[in-house]
Design a protein around this ligand. Structure first.
Ligand SMILES: Nc1ncnc2c1ncn2[C@@H]1O[C@H](COP(=O)(O)OP(=O)(O)O)[C@@H](O)[C@H]1O
Ligand SMILES: [Mg+2]
Length: 321
């Protein structure tokens, strides 16, 4: 069976006014199966949003291929692109900028159905009411405007609109990062429930490994435009193979103070290099506590270690957790 999403050797370079292009994404490959949630994690600026935007054709790939439900995004004619955009919906970080302030909530949620001629009049109002109920709001909220809602409620509205076309794939780009800590768990739980009840696949983009752990089946770790590791959730969190994954995990605060004190410190050296001038060899070598000469010279191949895919010359030497 076709995966819902197949990303194959994706490259996205942004031309710069001065100097070399920004290599935001530099050869990223993964698939997302039906009903699966894949987490895409990494520090700010590593290229996560660019991957997500390239999937729905919001940015043009420099190379590689993206297929949604088997349909190549690149070179798609208008009609296919419309179909792809119905099948793959994005929920962005900031609900304040995702909603038109002059449009009622009902009009915003119903717009995709109306524009495509899928529902109007009474049927449209009923579909909107059902969507509002599904995301934990009330049908009478349809006549209100976005500013009358809290941040968490606005993200529910954005999610309702994303569900209107019954997508096969939901792309969530930091969907709770702009929200108050107190409402994050509610929105995450809602996304998990809806992903199951709608039998959707999900690409869940986040800089926060603690968030991803609760919602994902597999996790892909990205650094400076490259994937470093891709593994089933439990394997990634209990037996991280890549030194970068270990460093990220070590930086996740542990709620229990005793465990927090016992945590290994894996300090990362220096700053993230510029994606306009990435290091030769393994892009992580300038900050890697395990780097050897070989790492500076040769790009590590993407290879299997048990259930894990990893790009590291020294992945077998993983210290015991
Ligand atoms: N439209 C753009 N033009 C130029 N550079 C961009 C553009 N979008 C993103 N970038 C750059 O590409 C890199 C990756 O950005 P992004 O995908 O937003 O990372 P993330 O979502 O992981 O924080 C960053 O260096 C960013 O500045
Ligand atoms: Mg981003």
């Amino acid at each position: 069976m076709n995966p819902v999403l197949a990303v194959d050797g994706l490259v996205v370079h942004f031309p710069a006014r001065h100097g070399p292009p920004v290599r935001a994404v530099d050869g990223v490959s993964f698939t997302v199966a039906e009903r699966e949630t894949l987490g895409l994690v990494g520090e700010s600026g590593c290229g996560k949003s660019t991957v997500s935007n390239a999937i729905v054709g919001l940015v043009q790939p420099t190379g590689g291929e993206v297929r949604v439900a088997g349909m190549p995004v690149r070179g798609a004619d208008r009609r296919t692109l419309r179909e792809i955009r119905a099948k793959a919906q994005i929920v962005f970080q900031d609900p304040a900028t995702s909603l038109n302030p002059r449009m009622t909530v009902g009009a915003a949620i119903g717009e995709p159905l109306l524009v495509r001629g899928l529902a109007r009049g009474r049927e449209l109002r009923e579909r909107v009411a059902a969507l509002l109920t599904e995301v934990g709001l009330r049908p009478e909220h349809a006549s209100r405007y976005p500013h009358q809602f809290s941040g968490g409620q606005r993200q529910r509205i954005v999610i309702a609109r994303a569900l209107a076309l019954r997508p096969a794939l939901l792309l969530c780009d930091e969907p709770v990062s702009a929200l108050d800590v107190s409402v994050r768990a509610q929105i995450l739980n809602l996304l998990v429930e809806l992903q199951q009840s709608h039998a959707m696949a999900c690409l869940f983009v986040s800089h926060d490994l603690a968030v991803v752990r609760h919602v994902c089946d597999r996790v892909a770790v990205m650094y400076l435009g490259h994937l470093m590791e891709l593994a089933p959730r439990d394997a990634l969190y209990t037996t991280p193979r890549h030194p970068y994954t270990r460093a990220l995990l070590a930086a996740v605060p542990e709620p229990d103070p005793a465990l927090q004190r016992a945590k290994p410190r894996v300090p990362l050296k220096g700053e993230i290099p510029s994606p306009a001038a990435p290091p030769q060899g393994c892009v992580f070598h300038t900050r890697c506590p395990m780097a050897i000469a070989h790492c500076r010279e040769e790009v590590p191949a993407w290879r299997h270690l048990g259930e894990t895919l990893v790009a590291c010359h020294r992945a077998e030497e993983t210290p015991a957790p």
